[in-house]
Design a protein around this ligand. Structure first.
Ligand SMILES: Nc1ncnc2c1ncn2[C@@H]1O[C@H](COP(=O)(O)OP(=O)(O)OP(=O)(O)O)[C@@H](O)[C@H]1O
Ligand SMILES: [Mg+2]
Length: 346
């Protein structure tokens, strides 16, 4: 119905070489390698592939991950080495909704690309559902377990009709036709795009395209989706649509979500927030725990949710509101309590 292995490959290549992603360093297993690549490391990779080191229940298990982008000249001599990820330990439980925050260049995308086996560790290891991403022959299992959504919706849709695009992943997995159509329908319903099934993706808004891309992943029945700034190119409506869709998939379908974003309001309902800086995980905890540490976040050039910011400003003025205010509702409640307890504002 929808094309062949080539098409899946084409989609994967598009993702790997999307304009903002273009980099000579990348060597996805099976992709064309560009000679001067730092993933030359791949050839020296040890064969410690069994998952004894990974705890079986973890969806994603990252241990002591180091990744260095290496630039080489035409003769293959190393010109520069940039350590983008510097000793990261991170684990994500099945069913969790985890958000990663961090200033530009802090290593977030580099981590995401390890989870999708687009990049291989320079040191350390990454397990996805117990599979070591260095196991070359299991790269498609890794990618099926943890699907990836990138920033640019236009790089992720390749068919000319929405339903074909969504059906394309399962078709390449060899899913029987009848089952493909079932999955297409279910997935499009899950992302609220069923009425667009016969439409051309070109005519959709950015938010709708991202939802179609997410439906395409869902049709492959991943256990986990990794979204690398999926709303960065969307307007506020598109952002809301996409985040709502992702939350529902997490809550209703139990899909594990790893969301990389610069928008603070997208992370307030995450189970866990991870903050990265200069290739390291520097903070982690529930949104309330992390956003209680406003000074530290600001020192790391990060914003906080608006309600958190307001409470923090008022606190500096002597209005002693509690830490960890995340939403307007939290703020309203805390402020009311303050006024009631203090008989007014001062
Ligand atoms: N292809 C590449 N070649 C060389 N260095 C790279 C490459 N991609 C990323 N880097 C460097 O690695 C570091 C981490 O980059 P990464 O893209 O992972 O950060 P990020 O947290 O995703 O940033 P952003 O918020 O801007 O997307 C940065 O110093 C960046 O310049
Ligand atoms: Mg990035």
């Amino acid at each position: 119905m929808i094309g062949g292995q080539d098409k899946l490959r084409k989609r994967q290549l598009r993702e790997e070489t999307a304009p903002e992603e273009t980099a000579p360093e990348k060597t996805a297993p099976g992709s064309t390698s560009s000679g001067s690549t730092s993933s030359g490391k791949r050839s020296s990779v040890r064969t410690v592939y069994r998952n004894e080191e990974s705890e079986p229940m973890k969806m994603i298990d990252i241990k002591k991950l180091i990744y260095e982008y290496t630039r080489r000249d035409d003769e293959g001599n190393i010109e520069s080495v940039n350590r983008a990820v510097d000793g990261v330990d991170l684990d994500i439980e099945k069913g969790d909704f985890v958000a990663i925050l961090g200033h530009n260049g802090s290593g977030k995308s580099t981590i995401a690309k390890h989870i999708n086996a687009i990049l291989m560790p320079t040191e350390g290891a990454v397990w996805v559902d117990g599979i070591d991403t260095r196991e070359e022959e299991r790269v498609w299992d890794v990618r099926q377990a943890a699907g990836m959504v990138f920033q640019n919706p236009d790089n992720q849709i390749i068919a000319t009709v929405v339903e074909e695009d969504v059906g394309f992943g399962p078709e390449n997995m060899g899913v029987p036709t009848e089952e493909i159509w079932k999955r297409v329908e279910q997935s499009l319903r899950a992302v609220g795009m069923i009425e667009y099934r016969y439409h051309s993706p070109n005519k959709l808004s950015g938010g709708q395209k991202q939802r179609v891309a997410i439906a395409g992943l869902m049709a492959m029945k991943p256990q986990c989706i990794v979204l690398d700034e999926p709303t960065a190119m969307l307007d506020p409506n598109g952002r809301r649509e996409v985040i709502k869709t992702v939350r529902e998939l997490n809550q209703k379908e139990g899909i594990t979500v790893l969301l990389i974003t610069h928008y603070m309001d997208e992370v307030t309902s995450a189970d866990k927030v991870i903050v990265m800086d200069e290739g390291k995980v520097v903070m982690q905890g529930t949104p309330r725990e992390v956003f209680s540490r406003v000074d530290e976040l600001k020192a790391r050039r990060l914003d906080v949710p608006q309600a958190t910011e307001l409470a923090w400003e008022l606190k500096k003025e002597g209005i002693n509101l509690p830490d960890g205010i995340l939403t307007v509702e939290d703020f309203g409640k805390a402020f009311e309590e303050y006024v009631n307890t203090n008989g007014g504002l001062k």
